[in-house]
Design a protein around this ligand. Sequence first.
Ligand code: HEC
Ligand code: HEC
Ligand code: HEC
Length: 366
Amino acid sequence: MISVGLSQIGAGEPLDTAKVLSFQTCMTSGCHGGAGLDRGAYNIWRNYDPHFDASATLTNGRSSAMARQLGIENAAKSKSCTVCHSPMSQVPPSRLAEPPEGHQVDSGVSCANCHGPAENWLLSHTRPDYPKDALARLGMRQLGSAYQRANNCVACHQNLSDELVRVKHPPLIFDLDGLLVAEPKHWREGDGFSAAKTWLVGQAVALRETAAQAAREPGERRTAEIEGIRALLKVTGAGWDDSGKDLIRAADEFAKRVSGAPMNPEQSRAILFKLLGDRTPFQSEAFSGVAQEYRSWSIGYYAERLTLAIDRLNQSLVASGQQGLVAKELLDPLFDAAKPPESFDAVTAAEFVRKLDRVLKSAQGR
Ligand code: HEC
Ligand code: HEC
Ligand code: HEC
């Protein structure tokens, strides 16, 4: 199984012994605590990024209710929650650098949780000429490619354990491009950035992680989700092929391959048309590998991700200066029709397909 225990800083990474530095080390005005994009990473994160406050969530009413159902005394102190909401508290004290005087160790999702433990690269990374691969060897996590980012973000944004599902933690649907759009960015994307590629890599990594989670905690709900994402990758026509292969490996290799190749707007457009036009996953014989009573869940998982995909791919066309294919007046009803997978029955599915047909027709007319 692929090791992605990235929310626990350093796990499985080079230099597992490097000390983890808290954000106060990064926030001085000469470093990342200035104004604007170039020097303002700290302020953007501090003032706008949901990660800064992620641990405060564990003290709200909804968290207390979940904790009670789980028999946990305090969500803010329980590993079941802090692993994602307050990951610095998971770092063994011996690996934490003392925060600067007068400060406490960070409580939210902090710089180090995405950029890696900084002890060994803190000095070198201020030199503009210092090679990135050398920084990577010193433990700076590389986040430039879609694949690298997916591996980082997915650690906290896809897999919920059965017990968290049972107490109704909000469902996590990993959609890398959507997350990157929603996060207030403290960086600029380079020229080769493709939102559509980012989306596709994210779906493959979501599949990999769900398959890995199913190996740990199998269940019909997970199988239904896996089959839903698999169907989506297949429909894209982007070369997904998992016949006779280990699913975790196939998804990982596909993600890596897509991430490493350029994707132009024509390719994104072609994928969008495939997704709008293919009705195979809505037919009764689709998902025959899923237990009868869970097949409608697979269709629901498919519809949910399909709707997000249409939105992301359409936005990516607009962002690259092309005309979008889907008008908002047609997309909103599709979002309304994409009910939670567990309540997706034949009637809901028929309604969804009707709305999808309308979107397709309008896109063909553009
Ligand atoms: C696998 C990582 C992960 C774990 C473990 C986890 N969460 Fe979350 N949690 C998230 C993410 C990511 C979100 C944001 C979901 C979104 O908005 O789409 C979230 C959202 C929430 C929300 C809703 C946001 C809000 O402001 O009310 C609450 C409440 C919450 N989590 C509480 C908990 C509690 C309590 C636990 C432990 C019992 C827990 N979480 C465990 C990742 C996790
Ligand atoms: C949720 C994950 C996350 C957190 C938390 C986070 N970053 Fe980032 N950061 C990123 C990503 C992703 C990039 C883009 C990297 C790339 O494209 O190479 C980035 C880019 C940057 C860059 C620009 C690097 C460049 O080469 O352009 C700086 C500087 C930076 N982050 C500093 C910080 C600081 C300081 C903090 C804490 C105050 C922080 N980051 C917190 C994910 C994160
Ligand atoms: C260490 C765990 C962790 C990592 C790594 C992480 N996140 Fe999060 N993220 C969270 C938690 C927890 C929340 C929920 C915050 C709250 O309590 O409201 C969250 C919330 C968010 C939200 C707002 C809720 C939503 O779903 O729209 C966005 C956007 C987001 N994360 C993007 C990213 C991106 C992009 C990356 C990778 C560059 C990333 N995250 C990496 C833990 C993480």
